[in-house]
Design a protein around this ligand. Sequence first.
Ligand code: HSE
Length: 322
Amino acid sequence: MGEHSAAAGEPGRTVFVRVPATSANLGPGFDSLGLALSAYDELTVTALPAGELDIEVTGSGADEIPRDASHLIVTTIQHVFEAFGRTAPGLRLVARNGVPHGRGLGSSAAAVAAGVLAAAGLLAGDVDLTDEDLLRMANEVEGHPDNVAPALFGGLTIAWLDENGAPHHKKLLVHRGVAPVVFVPETTMSTKTARSVLGPEVPREDAVFNVSRSALLIAALTQSPDLLLAATEDKLHQNYRAASMPETDKLVRALRAAGFAAVVSGAGPSVLVLADGPGRRAEAAELVAQVSDTPWETLMLAVDFKGGTVRETPVGAARHDS
Ligand code: HSE
């Protein structure tokens, strides 16, 4: 960060944060792969005197989000300050949520990534967080590195935990021929509920099936979009979850039968299609309108290559791009 209007963590310091939506799993890459998409949560955070709290939220999910100290961004900022031995200041948060809530598009990962980046911005000059620190902090709060890695770093990410439970990631650039479109239903699904229907074991042949498809998916997304249909097959999670989101399952099946690389986005219930080109994406949207009995909002999105950003306001201050 460059010129500061107030010292690190001091009342008056203000940062602006922007974080993309993310789609985890991408079919076979359960708990490992994620893609950043061009819908954004935006957040302005101002440090206040200790103990003060003022929260304003507009946009997706605004009616359900708490305005007190239990707000996920507030608890995340506090977590980061404490992890680095600092006391969090009071906070004023102004959030504009563009990431659909509870739909499998990483809304909680976006909030956690926003909190970590806001804390990094407020602490800059006193404590300067590395990318590794950002991911570790976000994973400690969120526990889903497949969503927080692309939310922080953008692009296609492979995330993994080492033997000590520490998260790591590799970011890849996506082939420009890949055109994502997301179909968002009116219903929501909690990741906790979607995980409760998964058993502790899977057949070895299913594990092998997913290993091959995940490896192929990296090739398809970075080099050969024509392979996306085969590369998005999965046997580890989507079938187990089908009964808990029947409309999603029905739509994924209809799209795949017509040759579209459709998957459940994250833990659902949105459906992500990785089309090989904008023309195919428009055809997918037409098919959804024809086959579905329930309403789906169509989001024609781009892959976000930048990930979450934080800069100190007023505009003109240096930028911390992760
Ligand atoms: N991979 C997670 C799941 C979702 O499918 O349960 C987001 O991390």
